[in-house]
Design a protein around this ligand. Sequence first.
Ligand code: NBP
Length: 493
Amino acid sequence: MSQGAVADFGLIGLAVMGQNLILNAADHGFTVCAYNRTVSKVEHFLNNEAKGKSIVGATSIEDFIKKLKRPRKIMLLVKAGKPVDYIINDLLPHLEKGDIIIDGGNSHFPDTNRRYEELSAKGILFVGSGVSGGEDGARYGPSLMPGGAEEAWPHIKEIFQSIAAKSDGEPCCDWVGPAGAGHYVKMVHNGIEYGDMQLICEAYDIMKRIGRFTDKEISEVFATWNKGVLDSFLIEITRDILAYDDVDGKPLVEKILDTAGQKGTGKWTAINALDLGMPVTLIGEAVFARCLSALKKERVLASKHLTGPEIPEDAVKDKKQFVDDLEQALYASKIISYAQGFMLIGEAAKTYGWKLNNPAIALMWRGGCIIRSVFLGEITKAYRENPDLENLLLHRFFADAVIKAQQGWRKTVGLATTYGVPTPTFSTALAFYDGYRSARLPANLLQAQRDYFGAHTFRVLPEEASETLPVDKDIHINWTGHGGNVSSTTYDA
Ligand code: NBP
């Protein structure tokens, strides 16, 4: 192993992500120092994958620090949670003011906020960076979403933008914003990923159960869709998964237990949406769909007791029209999901006092990551035209697309409902669309109910104001004649 401060960049954590990111950085001309808690993995890495590349190894934290050029740039790619704190604590006694620690794991943004505060107080520049793209992305170009101490950005910009994926020649990496903003944006990215995946699964289920398509036929539909507006990584892998046969010549996917796992980032997004009061319904439904899938035993039992409509063999008369409608349903629902995701990001910026860069966020997701798609190019364009766009659905391109798609979308949701095929994300997207475009919703009645049983008060429509119903005043009515006239300030229902 070489001596002295030779490395431009240090990386701790030699599991799948860390090793591949180091190789990627070395390919781009940077000298990287590698370290891992289980030190034997360093030696193994140097003698195998890293052989012949500009990669050095360290046998201890002290040795690691000595090998880094100042200011030290140290990236952690270890299991999220306590391990990140343990390593930071091990590093701290050896660092100087101005050194940079980057957490590239899937950390929850409140943890990143806390680490940012604690390390800022010690003069250490802390960056929380979303990294997406899995093993392949880390090796050949991930999407990188860094946020935190902005003074760190000029020092890491070159390496980050060199190793990141490129979309039309532009790096899918830019500065996101302060404190935990990078990990926040990665969290929403993962939430959107949950939504995209569930939408695709519903499309597959509709084709299978109502259209009676074989897996090969469904694969062909996805192949066609991948050449149009839905062109994306997830559609592409779905095409390949459905075409993949087991050794007996039968589709492997049909042998997989229908119980979805989850690591929590979708749930974090849904919880945060509830905390911020944002109707991010599609991600919420996608998380709940995984929860319902996990109740396999109960579902099998229920399937024997709870009946639904029969699906006749000829439920689909015009297969081409059926597939076209489904494509429109998927496209429109996806637009709703991204509009909801950006609504959440916008609200987070306001609530947490972050200045976020929407066009850069869309560009970061355009390539390298799991939700990469041609469609994100349109979102980047929309936010570049108007970075303060109130809502993606109010941009002409997306408004026109949804309006045009709605006929097929409504037919698809109607068909699924008629034949009892569950479409939680298609349906919630449509309900959101209809709610969002309604100048008047039935919340007037809801306010009346709240006032009736809890004296929660209501406001009147300006055009209906009168002497007894004054405008801009909280009004309580004695609805029954025997209640009191005191309004409530405490009980919320
Ligand atoms: P893992 O999440 O499997 O973590 C393994 C690494 O963490 C090993 O280097 C291990 O060291 C280290 N580690 C653990 Br476990 N506990 C430690 C501790 N107490 N102190 C020091 N090191 C500790 O690795 P990964 O799949 O490469 O993911 C790395 C990060 O990137 C995670 O946060 C993950 O969520 C995120 N991420 C992963 C992907 C993906 O596709 N895998 C994609 C995007 C982001 P050891 O060798 O000594 O056990």
